[in-house]
Design a protein around this ligand. Sequence first.
Ligand SMILES: Cc1cc2nc3c(=O)[nH]c(=O)nc-3n(C[C@H](O)[C@H](O)[C@H](O)COP(=O)(O)OP(=O)(O)OC[C@H]3O[C@@H](n4cnc5c(N)ncnc54)[C@H](O)[C@@H]3O)c2cc1C
Length: 339
Amino acid sequence: MNIESSKPLREFNSFGFDISAEYFVSVHNTNELAEALEWSKKKNISVLILGGGSNTVLTRNVDGLVIHIAIDGYNELPVADENYANLNVGAGVNWHQLVIKTLSKKLFGLENLAMIPGSAGAAPIQNIGAYGSEIKEVITSVEVLDKTTSELSVINNSDCAFGYRHSIFKTNAGSNYVVTAINLKLCRLDNPRIEYQALRDVLNQQGIENPTSQQVFNSVSEIRRTKLPDPTQLGNAGSFFKNPVIDRHQLDTLKQTYYKLPHFEQPDGTFKLPAAWLIEQAGWKGHRAGPVGVHSKQALVLVNHGGGNGQQIAILAEQVRNDIQQKFGIALEREPVIY
Ligand SMILES: Cc1cc2nc3c(=O)[nH]c(=O)nc-3n(C[C@H](O)[C@H](O)[C@H](O)COP(=O)(O)OP(=O)(O)OC[C@H]3O[C@@H](n4cnc5c(N)ncnc54)[C@H](O)[C@@H]3O)c2cc1C
């Protein structure tokens, strides 16, 4: 275990902020993780767990120890049903590389989640989702280490409290866990999900009616390349706000003023609104506040044009949030973690 001090974190946060950690260590297995936690306890310093840093806004230099989860591993486990495969994946595995690898092995179910940056271990934290799929549909359990006791345990899917960009790991009840591995159940039958309209539109344009999972992967990747800024070129953390959910009464009231308001009915009778539409309507798309701003092509993405910092992003996010509250009476919820 190699603990470094005054470690630059530029390559460990997708906004590309020039900040540093007082102490930093990459851990490659659960023993190293337990050792690093023990070390922090002896020094009486705080701990920040980081995967790829693509859903974290670092607003200041980090006091204490950053533990970068670099636990590798990809194992297919024996399974009774020949139509499925069970996989055990280390928390430090790069998510997109995992999607590519499973497809190459003809294991299906992750194709709609292509090109989401970050680590496999962070995927259950906010129940990553895109293009009609969420990780909760294929995750069977999450392996964790308790930060206080260093005990290992396994949390079954039904106990993860998965919701829209939410899980137990974002609550007090789960905040003490470090994810060390995830267990997935993938399908050997090539039967991808294509309910998501934007995905269907792209497939239709290509004349593909019954796509393979590889074709879905290709289409999702293509949409994402055109719609979202590449964090290696323009620092960002993807969607900055969740899509708000409102009831019918609120929808009817809003539609009196905004008759074009797009809305998607949910199974429970509520309505999901595209936060990007609200932000764009409020005039924020392309807005610049010095080195940071709202992306010119996708209003849901806040960006660092270069030389910006996390505090500037946090202030801009708050300004957008307040404005949306004032104009639409809707409280936008942040997606990334502000530290
Ligand atoms: C361009 C872009 C596009 C994106 N698109 C999507 C999208 O389509 N859908 C989506 O859901 N998200 C999206 N995201 C957000 C982000 O990629 C995901 O949330 C991803 O899962 C974060 O992984 P990470 O390893 O970078 O997490 P980090 O930013 O390192 O960590 C995020 C949070 O999880 C905690 N954490 C990380 N690893 C662990 C662990 N092993 N155990 C316990 N806690 C941990 C951290 O402490 C932090 O609180 C996008 C981001 C970008 C930059």
